[in-house]
Design a protein around this ligand. Sequence first.
Ligand code: SF4
Length: 466
Amino acid sequence: MSGHLLPGTTLRQRTADAVADERLRSNVARAVDRFAGHRLTGLAELDDADELRRAARAAKQQVLADLPALLERFADRVLDLGGHVCWAPTAADARRYVVQVVEAAGATRVAKSKSMATEEIDLNPALAAAGAEVVETDLGEWIIQLAGETPSHIIAPALHKDRHQIKDLFVDTVAAPPSLDTEPTELVRFARERLREVFLAAEVGITGANIAVADTGSIVLVTNEGNGRLVTALPRVHVVVLGMERLAADWRQADLLLALLARSATGQRLSSYTSVVTGPRGQGEVDGPDELHVVVLDNGRSDLLAGEHHEMLGCIRCGACLNVCPVYRQTGGHAYGWVYPGPMGAVLTPLLAADQPEAAEVAGASTLCGACMDACPVQIPLQDLLLSLRRAKAADAGGAERAAWRAWSAAWSDPRRYAATTRAATWGRWAADLAGHLPVGRDWATGRTMPRPAGERFRDRWRAGL
Ligand code: SF4
């Protein structure tokens, strides 16, 4: 169904490794604090940001309610414009189609713009296996590609690295001179020169889509580096991997989402480049691809749409929930183990990577403080969705955990048993220390201090007049 959780690791190990890495924590905290601050400034410019958020939420709900019809309309427009549409039920179907397109184009060089959907389907290894050299052209994505890593953040994939680490990486992997300055402008200048060669040489360009507009069959790409524009304009073939929920019915809805997307992500009114691709190059047009292929990716989304967690499909991938999450702030994205990190990933991973045994655990990677829900521009009830996923996991729990919850439920659903167990707890306070060593409590107690019950119960103090 989907890409793999980081193999050979567990959520607990990954979290412990991240928390022990002070440089990573400092890099992540600095970056997310900057984003979160800019977001507040950006939203403060609006007359009524909450009204806009309510309208955006309503628009996404409407899109999800009409999704099959909107997808049909979008696909018809793309076909009318001379493009091709592939309906991909699974990640494997999407990979297969893209590889076929690349092979049919006789391409050996592929330029990619940042796309979480292509990360989700593990596209790069499939293309490499087919003999194509794939180069990520978003600076952050290029950095993690050189480092052999996966994105740590959905809008800033390399935010866990500082400029000194990036300079060392360039020296080690792409023969940057050791004298290269670590000033960001110099690092960007070096990357730009290297990547320009890629844009000019690539036969196929691959992008995701921030928004697909059903009325006109257009793809909207939001970038700050202009690489999306080059990837879509220069290569002869353009392939779009579109998560099937990323639709807007019309330009009014698209405008509403764009007004919130950049502000919520980086605090900008609009990103530096908002590119619109409507069909392949038409007659008389000077740039654009000869061929346009849109791969509409399901990969578990239809099941999600039909279920109780369907509101998660309203996500516009702005990253605001990551930037305010106290857990993400300490761990960065790799600890979550899959493509989508932070609160949105804690919901999406159990739902979209349900075939992976460890996926359900990720829903526990949240304090449930609600900061993510407050930040979400489309008001997705992230906290409620996380609680629901945790309930589902608890219901599935077996063995010792289930027995412990049953015993607790039986004891505390009866006033006499409740009184007896709370009295026993005051007598056996030492048992709290022991509980952390029992099979049921050990996982919970690692990294926490098991609280000791009070020496005297509240009800006894109440009776004694406090
Ligand atoms: S869940 Fe909301 S805040 Fe988080 S990435 Fe999606 S739209 Fe943004």
